[in-house]
Design a protein around this ligand. Structure first.
Ligand SMILES: Cc1ncc(COP(=O)(O)O)c(C=O)c1O
Length: 388
């Protein structure tokens, strides 16, 4: 059994989550429940592969062996019932690097790109940084959950002649695991208007029963003609810092366009630890992931119960996947700035500001529950302290 309760001191390691914030917020004792990495050690098999390489002490250029492709193909077959061929797999040094290159490959300056609101903030920044036109379609809150507004999306696709839609599947920050039916409807819409779908599936392995992950490429064979699917093992196995990711493209013409742009930018070489970590994780990580999911689910339930008891005015979404919880604090009546100020300087706890996820994130915060239970409990008490 993996001991996810073990607290590991990450301070002083130049961690963005733990160290960078001290400088930004000038608070020594700030507890981070923000940026999406976990306070858990990676699986032992991954550490063994890293140690083996480090002990050799030579870090020359690294090839991508057949055994790595086999590990990727087997993982996606067994975990996701997704059939892949070796030639449909492209490596990138991160999902965002891949998304950016794909954006450059499939759109021109000023062409429109559709994203949901709220959604993972870099989606908007990569669109704007590349001088493409950003179009947001707000998700609808139905009960205490998000749904896509297909009518609004269709309207915007027509009005702005959208070329690409960047989908977050599962959804960060809301934790929705889009159903096959929802994805089918979205796909049909994009097919009708010849919109290329970039499906960011980095959270694909972090899904709680009875919810089921549906890869966009699995929805309908015909969707391959307009789908670029992105994923990585870095969220699943807590390896974000080693920067490695995968893109799956089944359509030969789309693949050629993407690979041409990748080569233009010389982005096809991946660092040694990315490749070693990926092969070890996908080959040996099944049991570790099962235990992780159980622990994360318990942390999520703990957080939901805590909010129900201590902060009943806050509306917290129960995630179907990811370890992220999306919280609506609007009933407290604080502005976004006041909310952040109270959490950071009164409660000494850091969450992600909801407003950075788009206008729909106003008066919301995103909480990362991927830490030992004691750390989580301390963080939650600090939120109560901040709002008391
Ligand atoms: C939806 C989503 N996409 C991409 C990333 C970042 O991926 P990478 O570090 O591989 O660029 C994250 C990180 O939190 C994420 O949540």
């Amino acid at each position: 059994m993996v001991d996810f309760n073990k607290v590991i001191n990450r301070k002083g390691t130049n961690s963005v989550k733990w160290d960078e914030i001290l400088e930004t917020y000038q608070e020594d004792d700030l507890l981070p429940l923000w940026v999406a990495d976990m306070d858990f050690k990676a699986p032992a098999a991954v550490l063994k592969a890293f140690h083996h390489s480090a002990d050799l002490g030579i870090f020359g250029y690294q090839a991508t062996p057949d055994s790595l492709y086999t590990a990727i193909i087997e993982w996606h077959r067994s975990q996701h019932q997704l059939e892949l061929n070796k030639d449909e797999i492209i490596f990138f040094s991160g999902v965002l690097a891949g998304l950016t290159t794909a954006l450059q490959a499939f759109t021109q300056k000023d062409e429109a790109v559709l994203i949901h609101d709220p959604v993972y903030p870099p989606f908007s920044s990569i669109v704007e940084n590349n001088q493409r036109k950003l179009v947001r379609s707000p998700l609808k809150k139905v009960g205490n959950n998000y749904q896509m507004d297909l009518a609004d999306m269709e309207e915007k696709i027509k009005q702005h002649q959208v070329k690409v839609m960047i989908l977050c599947n599962p959804h960060n920050p809301g934790g929705r695991v889009w159903t096959k039916k929802e994805l089918e409807a979205l796909g049909k819409l994009c097919q009708k208007y010849q919109v290329i779908v970039f499906s960011d599936e980095i959270h694909q392995d972090l899904v709680f029963q009875p919810n089921r992950m549906t890869n966009f490429l699995s929805v309908d064979k015909d969707f391959s003609a307009f789908t670029i699917q992105f994923t990585s093992m870095t969220k699943t196995f807590n390896l974000a810092g080693i920067k490695n990711s995968l893109v799956f493209v089944k359509d030969p013409s789309l693949r050629e366009t993407l690979q041409q742009k990748q080569e233009e930018n010389f982005q096809q070489e991946i660092n040694t630890f990315g490749l070693l970590g990926m092969e070890a994780a996908y080959t040996h990580g099944h049991e570790w992931l099962e235990e992780l999911l159980q622990y994360l689910k318990e942390n999520i339930d703990f957080t939901l119960n805590f909010f129900a008891d201590e902060l009943p005015k806050a509306k917290i979404m129960e995630p179907e996947g990811t370890y992220l919880l999306w919280i609506d604090f609007s009933a407290y009546g604080f502005s976004d700035e006041e909310l952040m100020e109270l959490l950071v300087h009164k409660g000494k706890v850091l969450l992600n500001a909801g407003i950075s996820y788009g206008p729909a994130g106003k008066q919301h915060m995103r909480l990362n529950a991927a830490c030992p239970r004691d750390t989580l409990q301390e963080g939650l008490s600090r939120i109560v302290q901040a709002l008391s």
